[in-house]
Design a protein around this ligand. Structure first.
Ligand code: SF4
Length: 327
């Protein structure tokens, strides 16, 4: 993270949360802006170059405090599935991540009016009843907890509001918020794990597999509900050996009955995929053979089916009872 310069919306100049976050970042320069989109939506900028000099933008969200969820992602069978975007973009740089095609720049936007999100969610619950809300969307929220305590505040909200289930998905191992909050049945911590060879190749800046496994163990020890996400599964010619060794390793340190699992093969919105290639990402991910279904890039159906069946059966062999599949 390139922290020398922080952009801040003028309207939140004297906001207590702004002062608190600035205290943590200690920037050497501040640029005052009218709206975060001035930075996020810059045109004619080089996405990959900007990633090396990623900036932080502190902003206030005026509306759109939640969205209806997509069938491509986890909803654990809940009828009313929503997600929110408390931050935009990510500290990590997974090569398969759609965020590279979603915004013009990779700059990290933190919305500091978390209370407005929580109040809007309260109203939503009053309108539709029981909801499932994915929080760590378009970002990795626990990785940002060092700037603002999003996870802590949402877990506290969920502890007192039983008509919501929140999911916090992460590749981070920095989950100190589990020691500052209480677990409850409606809080799900989801850890994305990948084989080391996949992580080293495609997930720059992310914590190692061992660090993530340690975080999973700590969450289980603190009695949080835990999901392990094997998503996206990445196809290679020897994926069966890679994933078999990986599952052996994972379930040596995590007991199968303490977790549920979700699996999904690599897939991406076609427009984002094209844009990422155009932006100059030369990862082999963007030069493989895919099919396009419902405006989504996917492995050909036979490969998808084979991978899902293989992984599902490997997890069943290891006695994972609940396995959610997303295609
Ligand atoms: S951790 Fe998630 S949000 Fe962040 S770059 Fe990787 S895939 Fe994208």
């Amino acid at each position: 993270m390139f922290k020398q310069l922080v952009y801040i919306e003028k309207s939140i100049k004297n906001h207590a949360n702004t002062i608190q976050v600035l205290d943590k970042i200690q920037p050497s320069q501040i640029v005052w802006i009218d709206h975060y989109k001035e930075v996020l939506n810059q045109t004619n900028s080089n996405w990959l170059f900007n990633k090396k000099f990623q900036k932080i933008v502190l902003a206030k969200r005026e509306n759109e405090f939640y969205y209806k969820g997509s069938h491509h992602t986890s909803n654990l069978g809940h009828q009313h599935f929503y997600y929110n975007t408390l931050a935009l973009n990510c500290l990590y740089h997974c090569e398969y991540c759609y965020l590279q095609g979603m915004y013009n720049t990779p700059h990290l936007v933190l919305f500091l009016n978390n209370n407005d999100y929580i109040n809007a969610t309260r109203q939503l619950i009053q309108q539709v009843g029981d909801i499932y809300m994915a929080l760590s969307y378009d970002t990795d929220l626990p990785a940002l907890e060092k700037y603002y305590p999003y996870c802590k505040e949402w877990i506290e909200f969920a502890n007192n509001e039983k008509n919501i289930t929140i999911e916090i998905r992460t590749k981070s191992h920095q989950i100190d918020f589990i020691h500052q909050t209480q677990p409850s049945d409606n809080v799900l911590l989801s850890f994305t794990l990948s084989p080391e060879v996949i992580q080293n190749r495609y997930e720059p800046y992310t914590p190692s597999l061992e660090q993530r496994l340690k975080a999973v163990q700590n969450a289980i020890k603190k009695k949080f509900k835990v999901m392990i996400c094997f998503d996206p599964l990445i196809y290679t010619t020897d994926y069966k050996n890679i994933y078999t060794d990986f599952f052996n390793h994972v379930f040596q340190s995590i007991s199968a009955e303490s977790v549920v699992a979700s699996i999904g093969v690599f897939r991406m919105n076609h427009q984002f995929f094209k844009r990422i290639r155009k932006n100059g990402n030369r990862s082999d991910i963007y030069y493989k053979e895919y099919s396009i279904e419902n405006k989504t890039i996917m492995y050909p159906k036979n490969i998808r089916n084979e991978m899902i069946m293989f992984v599902q059966s490997e997890l069943q062999k290891r006695n994972i009872k609940d396995i959610f599949i997303y295609e």
